[in-house]
Design a protein around this ligand. Structure first.
Ligand SMILES: [Zn+2]
Length: 268
């Protein structure tokens, strides 16, 4: 499942092909993904120039000079294919640029989404309206304000997109491990001192994953190159029963219906 680093890597990869280019043609190969595609997608995008690409939480944003932003979410299985030699079964949306480059959004499970939003109105767009700050814009004092008085587990609060946007299961597990914080600890009880370890740990795990993803940029020129997925190694995530570097054994618990991996020897 794509998390923030995969989306960031995808946006950077798409920028190579799209930034400053005019959209020559778009093709919606089905009417919907998770929800219906905008009916006027083709009309509004064809002929527009791409003025920039950005990420917000786990959404990729493609801005055009017509004041529209194409917003994509990769859902569970979505990824963009750059210059595929042929259109494949689950390529649901295709963009062609004035340079003849072709980008296909492939999403077998169709949990992803594509929306066209007026750029000036993005902040008020319902999926964005309640989002907390980006992890990279967060500091320990701001996080402490956001966690104050909260009795839910810190793990669950960090996954709450209203508190901080874009964090997913893998990187929350890894950041809590690095900061030595037990995932079940009440959010409001984590001291400022410990949050001053947690916030840089969040930044570091995300930055390392984005840098690892950057190595996949080499593949962009190759036919059927996929964006957004890369192999990673984790300290605790998906390592139940294995030794941790600090001498403990990684344990798995379930919180909010999802697996949490942590080390009882290192995290308190
Ligand atoms: Zn440990």
């Amino acid at each position: 499942m794509p998390e923030l680093p995969e989306v960031e890597t995808t946006v950077r990869g798409l920028a190579h092909a799209l930034e400053g280019r005019r959209i020559a043609r778009v093709e919606a190969r089905r009417p919907d993904l998770r929800r219906a595609l905008p009916v006027d997608l083709g009309q509004r995008l064809t002929g527009a120039r791409v003025s920039g690409l950005r990420r917000r939480a786990k959404y990729g944003l493609i801005d055009t000079d017509r004041g529209d932003t194409l917003v994509f979410h990769l859902g569970m299985s979505g990824h963009w294919r750059i210059d595929p030699s042929a259109i494949a079964k689950h390529d649901h949306f295709v963009i062609e640029t004035d340079e003849g480059r072709r980008l296909a959004l492939n999403d077998a499970r169709r949990f992803g989404s594509l929306d066209l939003v007026r750029t000036a109105e993005l902040q008020d767009w319902p999926p964005f309206k309640a989002l907390g700050p980006e992890p990279f814009d967060l500091d320990a004092r701001e996080l402490r304000r956001r966690l104050a008085g909260r009795t839910s587990a810190i793990k669950l609060l960090l996954l709450d997109q209203r508190i901080v946007a874009g964090l997913g299961n893998i990187y929350v597990c890894e950041a809590l491990f690095r900061a030595g914080i037990h995932p079940r600890r009440a959010g409001g009880s984590v001291s400022l001192e410990r949050l001053k370890r947690l916030v840089p740990a969040i930044h570091d795990v995300l930055t390392e994953a984005i840098e690892a993803g950057g190595s996949t940029l080499r593949d962009f020129a190759s036919p059927d190159g996929q964006l957004g997925y890369f192999s990673k190694s984790f300290a605790v995530y998906d390592r139940e029963g294995q030794p941790c570097a600090g001498g403990g054994v990684v344990r798995r618990i379930v919180q909010g219906g999802r697996s949490t991996f942590y080390c009882p020897a290192c995290q308190h």
